[in-house]
Design a protein around this ligand. Sequence first.
Ligand code: FAD
Ligand code: UDP
Length: 369
Amino acid sequence: MFDYLIVGAGFAGSVMAERLASSGKKILIIDKRNHIGGNTYDYYDESGILVHKYGPHIFHTHSRDVYDYLSLFTDWRSYEHKVLAAVDGQLVPLPINLNTINTLYGLQLSTDQAEAFLKERAEKISPVKTSEDVVMGRVGKELYEKFFKGYTKKQWDLDPSQLDASVTARVPVRTNKDDRYFTDTYQVMPLHGYTNLFTKMLSHPNINIMLNTDYRDVITFVPHKYIIYTGPIDSYFDYCYGQLPYRSIEFRFETYDKDIFQPTGTVNYPNGQAYTRITEFKYLTGQQHKKTSVVYEFPKAEGDPYYPIPTAENAALYKKYQLLAETAPKTYFTGRLGTYKYYNMDQVIAQSLTLFKSIMKDQPIEMQA
Ligand code: FAD
Ligand code: UDP
């Protein structure tokens, strides 16, 4: 008899597995894929370069709790991610900052002048409701069209005016020269990769792992007291209210016989190309190798569900599933797919740590014999 049957061995499910196992619970964690780690899974490709199978994963968080928790399972390397965007035939820094404006327009503005420059162009929009409103309200139409309109259309197949404000609000605008993509307190990568981290996290005697298995195929045979579900919530309820839309991506990996392919970890292509961005893994991992591997991302509708799509309509549909989830007996939902939230890794980890604490309030730690 397992105390918990956990569906999904990504961060959401694995954090639950590790925490509950460390509290004396017997766990079975199941994933339909042939590996642990969920979308953060990494592996060494044919040339021996560490790559991320489901696209580039850069760890960043403001949360000391999340950082300390993960530090139980990995050492770190410092890494501050930098992104350039291909705009008007040049590679310019993203988020838009002082250097972006100066390079793009051939100017030499100071921070104060750049603030005035943007203020003059920014549109007065109130209330800010959509992803278009956010950017137009910060930088105005021209920069919005150069950096955001085309990229967003490619990424989501939606106009920014159809997407929740939170989507483009992820990318700030700065008038100083800070060209880091993130400003979180902790910006680090697991020293030996994500799969190594997960291997340590799940190597507890109370945890049994079952891969290559859809939970539906075994759930009736495996005795268990509770379920923790981190797959797509609409699938759990057999799409009874209809499908929740997700955005997928096709990843094209290339290895080049050269040390370096591009000047930063990621180059974004807001306009023109069918792909949104190219990421070169050696920047992220710090690996030394005479060749280099990159991934191109081609967004698409069909395929693995990677991105919940933040629109008002989808939020309303999710709400209906959430109400069902709240009444599902002895079943808990967590994670990016399980709660239909456009969450980063650290948010998913924090969400599962919070769920664990609330479960523990009801079920005290079992004493080990
Ligand atoms: P997942 O990792 O998706 O795990 C869910 C697991 O459930 C999967 O392994 C799946 O196989 C399994 N499953 C589903 N249904 C079933 C079933 N029926 N039976 C058995 N198993 C099932 N976050 C960052 O912080 N930084 C980044 O740089 C970053 N980059 C990203 C880039 C891309 C392209 C994508 C798609 C996401 C990125 N993220 C990033 C987000 C990050 O991937 C997620 O926040 C995190 O991995 C979600 O973890 P999870 O456990 O909720 O979901
Ligand atoms: N975005 C954009 N242009 C860019 C980068 C981002 O329009 O060059 C918008 C786009 O809508 C994207 C969102 O901002 O989906 C969030 O970007 P982020 O880099 O955080 O996306 P993720 O890494 O989650 O794919």
